[in-house]
Write a protein that binds this ligand. Sequence first.
Ligand code: CO
Length: 183
Amino acid sequence: MFEDLRIICWPDPRLLRKSEAVESFDENLRALAARMLELMRQAKGVGLAAPQVGHNIRLFVMNSTAEPGKERIYVNPVLVDPDGEEEGEEGCLSLPGINVKVVRNKLITLEAKDISGKPLQQRESGYVARIWQHEFDHLNGTLLTDRMGPAAKLTNRKTLDDLRVRYQAEHPKALPAGKKSRR
Ligand code: CO
């Protein structure tokens, strides 16, 4: 059903939108999550949010260990009770070639629904908490590009320019990122 899905890259506008809450926990959602896990595994990623495959819904998948059976799926997640801060390096499958140091909460609680709509609550620290915060950002249209300081923007300028050129070549009718059509 979702065989044609691919991971999309910045500056695709679908990555910059706020995603909508999931309402139906149906076979469609299950198939989408399964395909996202497959794409994430193929790309050797640890997390993937639905907007990264062009679906603007509040769903993300992850596997912090890459071990089979350790996959997690979260629907309509909310992050609460943050504690502490720590800086760590992050990459993103939608921003290939970019690595940015980002300050995240050290400890945080995630409340969400599982794939069948059952509520769940988990509290984690460190790497898992960092992945949650990165993927949650995606659901609000926030990317590593928004988390970059001036120095990181300068360091990554060439890579971002290349990604923009690539996007425009693949989408010849698209307007330059950040500009809106007047029509
Ligand atoms: Co990402």
